[in-house]
Design a protein. Structure first.
Length: 253
């Protein structure tokens, strides 16, 4: 997902690279798999509804995370503040402390920069800044970002997940076909059969497979957002190998 496309994703007035007219008429028109289309419609309702998402003007939260090595040792950790403007000029900031040093990322449609103690941090490349923003925000936008017309959606049936029956939506991204896709990832999104809340997802990357569990959620202005997540490295059969990361979120309404 390239940076400009990301700004379209978080922009409520221009949702998922669709103009407002398309969103008003039929944002599901591009989905040919009928079961996938119906599941996405249910998932949007279960997550708060498209109208509530479009009306959201700002999202601000604290994010705490720890990344682990296979040995269980903490690789890195941070306590970050995220703030995103979703209406008008779409922009945002991510800020955190590392010891006594202040770090900040500013981004907008026309500019990205990483600051250290208020000065431009030239040790961070534009790609690293972009990847940091995308990895932090993309999962927060599920399932609304699945309206991206360049994503390939298909229905993958039902299965049990942590003792609950879920319906599975498969999503594929192909950089050979779409320039706004950076890697050929495959996602399997797991929606509760009871209320169609997102319980977790599995992602097949080029060199590994991740399984993410949503531990608890909170409603912010009618939108269901995660409060806690765990990410596991798994094998091809879905067996857990080790805990890769845990995340907690607190929201500022």
């Amino acid at each position: 997902m390239r940076f400009l496309s990301f700004l379209l994703i978080i922009g409520s007035s221009c949702l998922i690279a669709c103009n407002s007219k398309q969103v008003t008429e039929d944002p599901f028109e591009h989905i040919s798999d009928v079961k996938a289309k119906n599941l996405l419609k249910q998932a949007l309702k279960g997550s708060g509804g498209l109208d509530n998402w479009i009306s959201l003007d700002k999202l601000t939260f604290q994010k705490q995370y720890r990344l682990y090595l296979e040995s269980g040792e903490v690789e890195t950790s941070a306590d970050q503040r995220h703030s995103y403007s979703l209406q008008g000029e779409r922009k945002g900031t991510i800020s955190w402390k590392d010891g006594s040093e202040d770090h900040r990322i500013n981004f907008s449609k026309d500019k990205m920069e990483k600051l250290l103690a208020g000065q431009r941090d030239t040790s961070w490349s534009e790609t690293r800044i972009e990847n940091t923003v995308l990895s932090s925000v993309f999962v927060m936008m599920i399932p609304y970002n699945l309206l991206d017309p360049t994503a390939s959606l298909s229905y993958a049936g039902e299965e049990m997940f942590n003792g609950k029956l879920v319906e599975v939506l498969q999503v594929e991204y192909d950089p050979d076909q779409h320039e706004n896709h950076t890697t050929p990832d495959i996602w399997w999104l797991l929606f509760s059969k009871d209320n169609y809340a997102l319980l977790g997802y599995k992602v097949k990357h080029k060199d590994h497979i991740s399984l993410v569990e949503n531990l608890q959620n909170k409603k912010i202005q009618g939108i269901l957002l995660p409060e806690g997540r765990k990410s596991w490295r798994v094998d091809e059969q879905g067996n857990k190998l080790y805990l890769r990361a845990d995340y907690s979120y607190s929201y500022i309404e």
